[in-house]
Design a protein around this ligand. Structure first.
Ligand code: NAD
Ligand code: TYD
Length: 344
């Protein structure tokens, strides 16, 4: 692999993927195309090999900008760029439809016109909706689409557009669907970095509803290794579910974080629930395991240990991301909840 076009590479997972590619594929160059929305952070790319990494600030909905940055000879487009936070999509869906749907179509068209060999769409298990609690049902690649939030509906639409580009135009597309990622450099509006940074400051940990919602957690670098394998060896037109067989309830996650930081369980607060909150996500990763031989390297214990340590050792990053526009959002999201707080 000589040249990749990565979108959203200043975000949490995209920046981890850029780091992985530059570290593990000698000679591979990366064009990193990112609009730098509130979630894009150039601090996430500190220390990458600038000789093989070119950052271009641009919007994936801007056809001319994409075509200008996407050079002939590019082997693959890997599309991480997205509006990614469910709560924001509930507050306002417009940007989700624009970036996640229209932007994906612009990239598909551009990939075709530049004769890019492969298009990798980073999707989510959330397109498959919610599983029953305490059940042994899992999401497989054959599970029906039942998205429940504007975010997941927009990601489902993007998958359909990839399929259409494959079926109609013969574009080589592959799709990855993973669960909740955790690890360094995740914007602290998402649950795990939010509760880690709150716990470090001795502030309450807001848990939506009864806190017994289940997510299937995967360490970000394990996810990125799976994406790389799908990019290199995945079957054209296929989708791959990627999960580390690591289901945890939110309460259990909060207790683990407090335990690691030596903070009291009394910091846990139950706040008003998210509307349409998906109860449980659980991924069956048998296909990516058997077809591509992928396995996660981190256990939940080792991954959480690394993650908590990273946030503890990178206070400057945490403070910079928690300041400014993020504070306004934080107040809107949780300001009204103060009266609903109750101790566990
Ligand atoms: P993120 O919000 O941290 O980063 C998104 C990046 O996309 C940011 O750098 C942002 O600036 C960029 N971006 C947004 N709109 C853009 C636009 N119009 N043009 C160009 N760039 C734009 O997201 P993340 O958590 O790193 O997620 C990356 C991808 O993985 C997303 O597609 C998301 O749907 C998917 N995903 C994430 C998770 C998770 O747990 N975080 C789980 C499953 C799937
Ligand atoms: P989140 O990180 O937003 O990811 P997703 O909704 O895509 O799974 O949320 C993870 C889980 O944590 C989800 O069940 C919602 C819950 N949650 C809280 O309980 N409190 C919070 O403040 C946030 C942001 C999420």
């Amino acid at each position: 692999m000589k040249k990749l076009f990565v979108t959203g590479g200043a975000g949490f997972i995209g920046s981890a993927f850029v780091r992985l590619v530059l570290a593990e594929i000698p000679g591979c160059e990366v064009v990193n195309f990112d609009a730098l929305t509130y979630a894009g952070n150039l601090d996430n790319l500190e220390g990458v090999d600038e000789g093989r990494h070119r950052f271009v600030r641009g919007d994936i909905c801007d056809r001319e900008a994409v075509l200008a940055a996407l050079e002939e000879g590019t082997e693959a487009v890997v599309n991480f760029a997205a509006e990614s936070h469910v709560d924001r999509s509930i507050a306002s869906a417009d940007e989700f439809l624009r970036t996640n749907i229209l932007g994906t179509q612009v990239l598909l068209d551009a990939a075709r016109s530049r004769s890019v060999r492969r298009f990798v769409q980073i999707s989510t298990d959330e397109v498959m909706g919610s599983l029953p609690d305490d059940d042994d049902a899992y999401f497989t690649e054959a599970s029906p689409f039942e998205p429940n939030s504007p975010y997941s509906a927009s990601k489902a639409a993007a998958e359909h557009l990839c399929r259409a580009a494959h079926q109609t135009h013969g574009l080589d597309t592959v799709i990855t669907r993973c669960g909740n990622n955790y690890g360094p450099r995740q914007f602290p509006e998402k649950f795990l970095p939010l509760i880690i940074s709150n716990a470090m400051r001795g502030e309450p940990l807001p848990l939506y509803g009864d806190g017994r919602y289940t997510r299937d957690w995967i360490y970000v670098e394990d996810h990125c290794r799976a994406i790389l394998m799908v990019l290199q060896k995945g079957r054209s037109g296929a989708a791959y579910n990627i999960g580390a067989r690591n289901e945890r309830r939110n309460l259990e996650v909060a207790e683990a974080v407090l335990g690691k930081l030596g903070k009291p369980l009394s910091l846990i607060r139950h706040v008003k629930d998210r509307p349409g909150h998906d109860r449980r996500y659980a991924i069956d990763p048998a296909k990516v395991e058997s077809e591509l031989g992928w396995r996660p390297r981190e256990t939940w214990e080792s991954g959480l240990e690394k993650t908590v340590r990273w946030y503890a050792e990178n206070g400057v990053w945490v403070e910079r991301t928690r300041s400014g526009a993020y504070r306004d959002y934080y107040e809107r999201q949780y300001g009204a909840e103060k009266s609903l707080e109750s101790e566990v």
